[in-house]
Design a protein around this ligand. Structure first.
Ligand code: HEC
Length: 127
């Protein structure tokens, strides 16, 4: 009986710890979903060198010109293999998802927040 109780406590501990370990990494690695064509392009082009957190941590008021400059910097300074024709759609996605033109942010935010439940001690973000 004592062994069984011990096992149950151990199992409960393992279960409690698991979600935190598993949920957090994908959360930082994913871009915010969008129906815009730039979403898929950004997924393909923007996560090879760094995580999606780099986008999340930009000021939400960042205007189009800021994102344009960022994309140019990724191309010219950091050598991102980003074809020029992909810049306009990605720019559109970035400014409307992470920047000043994010009216769609209202729709995206609740889905993102609601999915997390209780597992994320940091609170707001989704897996
Ligand atoms: C060839 C590698 C590479 C690719 C591909 C790349 N980046 Fe970057 N990115 C960097 C480096 C290097 C930094 C600076 C890292 C640091 O300061 O620690 C950076 C930083 C950033 C930042 C932080 C702000 C800043 O200006 O430093 C943003 C935002 C960003 N990248 C967006 C993007 C987007 C959007 C794409 C896709 C179009 C992209 N990156 C693709 C290398 C890359």
């Amino acid at each position: 009986m004592k062994t069984l109780v011990t096992l149950m406590i151990l199992a409960a501990g393992a279960l409690a710890a698991a979600p935190v370990k598993i949920v957090l990494p994908p959360e930082t690695a994913k871009l915010v979903e969008s129906p815009l064509p730039g979403y898929a392009l950004a997924q393909a082009m923007c996560l090879t060198c760094h995580s999606a957190e780099y986008l999340l941590y930009q000021p939400p008021t960042s205007p189009r010109t800021y994102w344009q400059a960022t994309l140019t910097k990724m191309q010219k300074t950091f050598g991102a293999p980003l074809p020029d024709e992909m810049v306009p759609p990605i720019l559109e996605y970035l400014v409307k998802t992470y920047g000043a033109e994010r009216d769609g942010a209202k729709a995206a935010a609740p889905a993102v927040t609601g999915a997390t439940g209780t597992a994320d001690p940091a609170g707001k973000k989704a897996p």
